[in-house]
Design a protein around this ligand. Structure first.
Ligand SMILES: Nc1nc2c(c(=O)[nH]1)N[C@H]1C(S)=C(S)[C@@H](COP(=O)(O)O)O[C@H]1N2
Ligand SMILES: [Mo]
Length: 232
């Protein structure tokens, strides 16, 4: 018998909790989760701290940064592959992605080139949800995000499990534009923004760390704005 929507929902929540449990100690030891307020309650990367991380200034308009290519990916063409060190490799097309639980969150966006865009409202799917569906192996501790312009960026798996790390399709109530990575990009509000791949098309789980595009060129592996952790 086919799984009902309720059963599926329950299965996703349980898988997320198991994955989170496995990585909780590392999540709590990293700078952001040591904040007292729960993640997902708004501006999680700012509690008890000054408004801007060291060396950052606020911007009102949202700059565009890329490698000189802005792939034109329609919703019909877009798909996300989750593979590598997982029990259940999967591919989500636009429809399957939209059927996953949608979340809304307010967070900040810190570019290593010193601008910060504060208080964006994002809508999308939690990266933890997508990872839970693929069931990372116990040995999977790292993630490589890939994008249609050839861009890559690497992250610790536990960083991807934080509640504000999303695959977003909507920014301040508007569909995410092509120049900002639409139809779907990743955001990593508690890390510098280069960790969030625009036009994301693949999340690869790794048992050994590998460096992404900017990490190979001297950017920090860990990339914590509140620690001014810009370069390796
Ligand atoms: N696919 C892809 N994603 C990317 C990049 C890129 O060149 N290609 N640049 C990164 C960098 S360095 C930053 S600061 C942010 C910029 O996002 P924005 O152009 O929406 O401001 O995207 C990140 N994600
Ligand atoms: Mo950047």
């Amino acid at each position: 018998m086919a799984e009902s929507a309720d059963e599926r929902q329950r299965r996703i929540v349980e898988a997320r909790l198991r994955l989170r449990e496995r990585h909780l100690a590392k999540m709590q030891a990293s700078p952001s989760l040591s904040d007292p307020r729960p993640l997902g309650s708004g501006r999680p990367n700012r509690h008890g701290m000054p408004k801007l991380p060291p060396g950052q200034h606020g911007t009102r308009s949202w700059p565009v940064l890329d490698l000189g290519v802005k792939p034109d990916v329609s919703k019909a063409q877009w798909a996300l592959r989750v593979d590598g060190a997982v029990e259940q490799p999967l591919t989500l097309d636009w429809r399957a992605f939209c059927e996953l639980p949608q979340v809304e969150d307010v967070s900040d966006f810190h570019c290593v080139t010193t601008w910060s865009l504060l208080d964006s409202t994002w809508r999308g799917v939690s990266v933890a949800t997508v990872l839970a569906l693929a069931r990372p192996l116990d040995a999977a501790e790292h993630v490589m995000a890939h994008a249609s312009d050839g861009y890559t960026t690497n992250l610790a798996l536990f960083e991807c499990l934080k509640d504000d790390v999303l695959l977003v399709h909507t920014w301040n109530g508007q569909p995410l534009t092509r120049e900002h990575g639409g139809p779907v990009r990743m955001i990593t509000p508690q890390l510098y923004a280069w960790k969030g791949a625009k036009w994301i098309n693949r999340i690869e789980l790794l048992t050994e760390n590998k460096l992404g595009f900017w990490e190979l060129r001297g950017y920090s592996d860990t990339a914590h704005p509140w620690r001014d952790d810009r370069y390796a």
